[in-house]
Design a protein around this ligand. Structure first.
Ligand code: HEM
Length: 138
């Protein structure tokens, strides 16, 4: 019960951070697009980055959908003493939440593999683009 309450709170914090990240993204200067030397890999990297945004958003939305379908907010925050339903997979958003989580995990592994490719094969120091400071903009 406490673990689930914490999970829901942190999940919503992630949702709020995602919104802030989007606002910051629209207002910040962007460095030129990275070039891996392969058009296919460059498209793949772009798709992976957008995919991560979409999946995190979908994860938060399906988590909220699960909580609303099963009336979990009244149990975790509202003083409703009903037990949490034993099998939440009776709710479609819960099934989606589990599936999206697995797809997200695959994309995270691919993302780390992309970083390792730049870091150790291309040796182009791509990660430094994430740091603060002056940027060469597009
Ligand atoms: C990016 C944010 C989130 C991530 C990474 C995440 C991750 C997960 C994962 C990995 C599971 C277990 C899935 C499985 O075993 O099939 C889960 C279950 C669950 N999540 Fe989230 N979650 C997030 C956001 C949320 C939010 C915002 C809520 C609700 C406000 C929420 C509510 C739940 C619920 C109710 C369950 C089911 C627990 C159960 O079946 O006992 N999640 N979540």
């Amino acid at each position: 019960m406490f673990a689930l309450t914490g999970h829901m709170v942190w999940g919503m914090v992630v949702g709020a951070l995602l919104i802030i990240r989007f606002i910051v993204r629209t207002k910040s200067q962007k460095p030129p697009k990275a070039d891996s030397g392969s058009r296919l890999l460059d498209y793949g990297a772009q798709a992976a980055h957008w995919g991560l945004y979409i999946l995190v958003f979908a994860m938060v939305a399906s988590g909220l959908g699960t909580a609303l379908s099963a009336d979990l907010f009244s149990i975790t925050f509202g003083g409703n003493r009903e037990p949490i339903p034993a099998n939440l997979t009776q709710y479609a958003p819960r099934v989606a939440h589990g599936l999206i989580g697995k797809i997200m995990l695959i994309l995270i592994v691919l993302h780390v593999a992309g970083w390792a490719f730049h870091q150790f094969v291309l040796r182009d120091g791509l990660i430094s683009r994430l740091w603060f400071g002056k940027r060469h903009t597009e």
